[in-house]
Write a protein that binds this ligand. Structure first.
Ligand code: GBH
Length: 464
């Protein structure tokens, strides 16, 4: 971000939703309490070498016990909205048997406390913590898991529908399918293109079936959240580089956007599915279910994906069919994850979605960055890079609004430092620093900065 850009005050539309996000397994802890069943992440985290440092979500931020204090903190930080996820194995420990009232009661209390604090809850039903019992029966590679998900969605919706207006069915099905079942970097750690494509379809089906259940229950704000990224075309139309970018874009973005918003799979995706898995798992009528109208599309944006044609390159297991495509190393500036910082990619993405899939309101459900945050002796956490990252991406979001995109809100990933999946606790995305020794919360400079952004509904410029 240049100094000139930083000087320009920018206001967001009235009613624009500001907030922060978390996910159950990443913050709750209390993994064996009140009847919670094991999830695939409990199992995976115990696999030697799967998670950095051997970290697990057993305790995490202990949010299960500290939710009152955490909500008080959110109120202090002036957050109008909070996106959390519901743990399926807390609500229905083995995924298919009896519902666990004590697990449900936690979300009942959480939502009441949020509303008492004046914070609007945004509930996500699946953020990757599949009940292990369902994985033992095939997990997302089996159609049955989608049917069980729809039942679970109905149970949670029945409980909270009177207080929660906005629902997200599934978070980032690409990650759940292709990192969980393709590259094996995430739970359940399987490595098969066939399994990954089947998982992707069943996650989409789960979304569609749950959308039907929620709609029947009267829900009026139904969404799903996708991890989307521009895949810049390095070459001329039709050349090898352009074809490489198109395939990666199809697998990462259109594989999910097209079924949900157009009722069909893109051709290049179907070709890869057919090659790796056959088409037998895609039943007649599935795409009609998957394309049930949604009211809002959630976008998690971190960075673009850069590729080039490279004849000798081996297949990237997260992108079946990608033999001959190189995934280019990121260029600085980088976050602590090694991810590039490219706010223009967010504008490009939002403008493209508005153009290619018109009529669906958009919300950024995650955007943020990990940096090597360290509290000073005064307990203050100075995180100028995070402020710069968020400032740049808010300007990018504003540019999309100015171009006419119907963007309804922006939620920071994350409220708290938390269990960063395969990276464990070493990578810190929070607006609030968490000391994992004593569970102390320290709002970083970025948290105070964001409170001011929210208070004036935009960026004030350097002198404001
Ligand atoms: C989100 O995932 C999650 O929803 C959240 O739980 C998590 O903590 C947060 O982001 C930070 O990681 O092209 O193979 O290199 C982010 C998922 C990460 C998906 C980077 C695509 C690049 C995959 N994205 N990623 S690859």
């Amino acid at each position: 971000t240049t100094i000139e850009a930083g000087d320009r005050p920018l206001l967001f539309p009235p009613g624009f939703v500001w907030g922060a996000a978390t996910a159950a397994y990443q913050i709750e802890g209390a993994a064996r309490e009140d009847g919670r069943g094991p999830s695939i992440w409990d199992t995976f985290a115990r696999r030697p070498g799967a998670v950095a440092g051997g970290d697990t979500g057993d305790v995490a931020c202990d949010h299960y016990h500290r939710h009152r204090d955490d909500i008080a903190l959110m109120a202090e930080l002036g957050l109008p909205a909070y996106r959390f996820s519901v743990s399926w194995p807390r609500v229905r420990p083995d995924g298919a048997g009896p519902v666990n009232p004590r697990g449900l009661a936690f979300y009942d209390r959480l939502v009441d406390e949020l509303l008492e604090a004046g914070i609007t809850p945004y509930a996500t039903l699946y953020h990757w913590d599949l009940p292990q019992a369902l994985e033992d029966r095939g997990g997302w590679t089996e159609r049955d898991t989608a049917l069980r998900f729809a039942e679970y969605a109905g149970v949670v919706h029945d409980l909270l529908a009177d207080r929660v207006a906005t629902w997200t069915t599934v978070n980032e099905p690409w990650v759940a399918a292709f990192l969980g079942y393709g590259s094996g970097v995430h739970a359940p750690g399987r490595t098969s293109a066939r399994d990954a494509f089947r998982a992707a379809h069943h996650l989409l089906l789960a979304h569609g079936l749950a959308t039907g259940v929620l709609r029947e229950g009267g829900a009026r704000q139904i969404s799903l959240t996708l991890n989307l990224a521009p895949v810049p075309t390095p070459g001329a139309p039709g050349d090898a580089a352009d074809a490489a970018a198109d395939l990666v874009d199809a697998l990462l973005n259109r594989q999910f956007l097209d079924p949900v918003l157009r009722g069909r799979y893109p051709g290049p995706v179907l070709e890869q599915v057919d090659r790796a898995a056959g088409l037998g798992h895609i039943a007649a009528g599935d795409l009609a279910v998957i394309s049930e109208p949604i009211d809002l599309l959630g976008i998690n944006y971190y960075n673009p994906t850069y590729v080039a044609a490279s004849p000798g390159a081996p297949e990237n297991p997260a992108f079946p069919g990608s033999r001959g495509i190189a995934f280019l190393p990121a260029e600085p500036p980088l976050t602590a994850m090694g991810w590039p910082i490219d706010p223009d990619g967010l504008t490009e993405l939002l403008v493209r979605l508005d153009r290619d899939y018109p009529g669906v309101p958009l919300i950024v459900t995650e955007n943020g960055a990990a940096f090597d945050d360290v509290p000073g002796p005064d307990g203050r956490v100075r995180d100028p890079f995070r402020i710069g990252y968020l400032d740049g991406h808010l300007r990018a979001a504003h540019a999309a609004l100015a171009a006419g995109v119907d963007l309804r809100g922006y939620l920071v990933w994350s409220l708290l430092d938390n269990f960063e999946w395969a990276e464990g606790y070493g990578k810190r995305f929070g607006l609030v620093y968490v000391d994992y020794v004593d569970q102390r919360r320290l709002p970083k400079d970025s948290a105070h900065w964001f409170r001011d952004v929210i208070a004036r509904n935009g960026l004030g410029g350097n002198t404001a």
